[in-house]
Design a protein around this ligand. Sequence first.
Ligand SMILES: *[C@@H]1O[C@H](CO)[C@@H](O)[C@H](O)[C@H]1NC(C)=O
Ligand SMILES: *[C@@H]1O[C@H](CO)[C@@H](O)[C@H](O)[C@H]1NC(C)=O
Ligand SMILES: *[C@@H]1O[C@H](CO)[C@@H](O)[C@H](O)[C@H]1NC(C)=O
Length: 486
Amino acid sequence: MRSLRTAPAAVSLLVSLALLAAAVLAAPLEPRLAHKHRSLASAAVSASNVSDAAMPAGNVSDAALRAVSAKRINARFGRDKLVRGVNLGGWFLLEAWETPHVFLTSDIERQQLSDEWAWMGAKGARAKPDLVAHYNSYYTEQDFAEMAQAGLNTVRIPLPFWTFVPTVSPEPYLVNRQRAALRRALGWSLKHGLDVVLDLHALPGNINGQDNGGRLGQQDWAKDPKNLDRSIAALQNMVELYVNNASYGGVVKAIQVANEPRINAQLSLPFLGAYHKRALAAVRNAVSPTALVRPTTMFSDAFQDVTKYNYMFPQGDFPPQQLVVDKHFYFVKQWDRSLPDNDEELLRHVCAIGPRLRKAHAVRPVVVGEFSLGRTTRCVDYHDCKGRTIAHDLPSLNSKSNNLFMRRFAEAQLATYEQAGGWIMWTWKTDAAAAWSYQAARNQGWLPSDVSDPTQRLYTPAPGSATDQRCVSEQPSRAPRFAMQS
Ligand SMILES: *[C@@H]1O[C@H](CO)[C@@H](O)[C@H](O)[C@H]1NC(C)=O
Ligand SMILES: *[C@@H]1O[C@H](CO)[C@@H](O)[C@H](O)[C@H]1NC(C)=O
Ligand SMILES: *[C@@H]1O[C@H](CO)[C@@H](O)[C@H](O)[C@H]1NC(C)=O
C-alpha cells in the first residue's frame, strides 16, 4: 500500500531520539540451518517418499495433503493458473490504518504513531508480549478456511526483514518472533489449498519511505551496501526455512524480493535492477535440489509502466520462465488527482488497462499483487476512523447505486487483471476500512461469494458474447444481493 499521510514531524523526531537513546539489542537469530537438507538425506526424494521424521506434529504433516501439494516442480506462479488471492496485511508488519486496535491502545493512543518503528519505541517493555500476542491471534485457521470457501487460491504474506536477519542498532524491531505464526500460516495454507507468496515487504533501511517499509519517511536502503547484503541474506533464509523444508509440502510458490521500491533521488532503476539480478540468483541458488517446489521469483515493477518491463527485466538476465512481475493498482483520488470522478469513466479507465496488461503478460507473467476497492482514503488515515469497525464504515458506502457500483468496480478489476496472471487484493481484513477488506466486501456482496465460479460474475460479459469487448456490462445478468441494504 502506498502513500499514507506523513507523520507529524515533531512526533517522529521525538520517537527517533528516544530510539537512538534506547539502542535496542537484537535477539539472537536462529543459526542458519547448519544441516542443510538433513531431514531429506536421501537424494531425489519424491513427494510420497519424504521421511516422516521431517514432518511436524499435527495436521500439517497429514500425508494426504502432502501428496496433493508436493510435487517437485517449477512453480510457474502466475502462468499455470489464474492467481486469485489476498494479502495478509497488518499481521507480520504493522500498518496503523489496517489495525488501529493495535495503535490506539490507551497507553500509546495520544502519540498518534505511524509505523512499527515508532510503535516499538512507544510500547517499550510491552512491545514484545503484545506483538507476539498479535502474531498468535490476528489470523486464525478460520480465516484461511473462509478464503478457500471464497474461491481464493493464493495468499501473499508481507514479511519484514527482521523475520529473517538480525537487526542492527538503532533498529528497534522484534527479531525472529514472527516465525511460529508463519509456520502455522503455511500449514493452514497447505491444508486449505492456498498457494503462498512469501513477500520480503520491508527491507533494511526501507526501500520506499512508507510505513510498510518499517519506518515512515526513511528511504535509506540504497545508501549502505550492508542493507543489500542483509536483504539477500533474508531471502536466502526465507528459502532455507520454508522452501527447502518438505514439511510445508511445497506450498510456497513465489518469493518476492522487495515491495514497491520508490524510484527517486534515493533509488535509481539501474541500481534496483542490479539488486533484482542478484536476488534472482540468490533465490534460485538457495533452493535445494530436493525442495518439493522451485518457487518463482517475484519482482515489484516499482510503479513503472508495463512498457518499461523489457528494460527492467531484460530476458538475458531475467529468463521469463523464472519470474513474475508484481504490479499494483490503486484508484484513490487523493493519491492520483487525474483519476475520473465519474463512475462510468472510472470503470472505462480500469477496463482500458486490460489489453496493456495482457500484452505485457504475454512476454513475462504479470500478477496484480495489490489493489483495493477503495476510492478515497477514508479509514486509510486511521486517525479518522478511531474505534470504528466495518459495521460503522459500511453505511458510508451503502447507497443502492453505490452498492451496484462497488460490485461492478470489483468485477471490472478482476476481469482486467485476469487478462494477465491474476490478482491479489489488499487485504483480507481490516479493522474498519470496508473497501480494503476482501472479507467485508464479500460479506456485503461487492465481491462474489465464490470468486472462482464464473456464474457469479454478474457484470462480466461471457467470452465471445456481443459485449465481450468491454470488461464490465452496464446491467447485471441477475440482481446482486447486498447484506446491508440502503
Ligand atoms: C518411494 O520409495 C520406494 C522405495 O523406497 C520406491 O519403490 C518408490 O518407487 C518410491 N515412490 C516414488 C513415488 O518415488
Ligand atoms: C521443518 O519444519 C518443521 C515444521 O515447522 C520443523 O519442525 C522442522 O524442524 C523443520 N526442519 C528443519 C530441517 O528445519
Ligand atoms: C487437526 O484438524 C482438526 C479439524 O480441522 C482439528 O480439530 C484438530 O485439532 C487439528 N489437530 C491439530 C493437532 O492441529
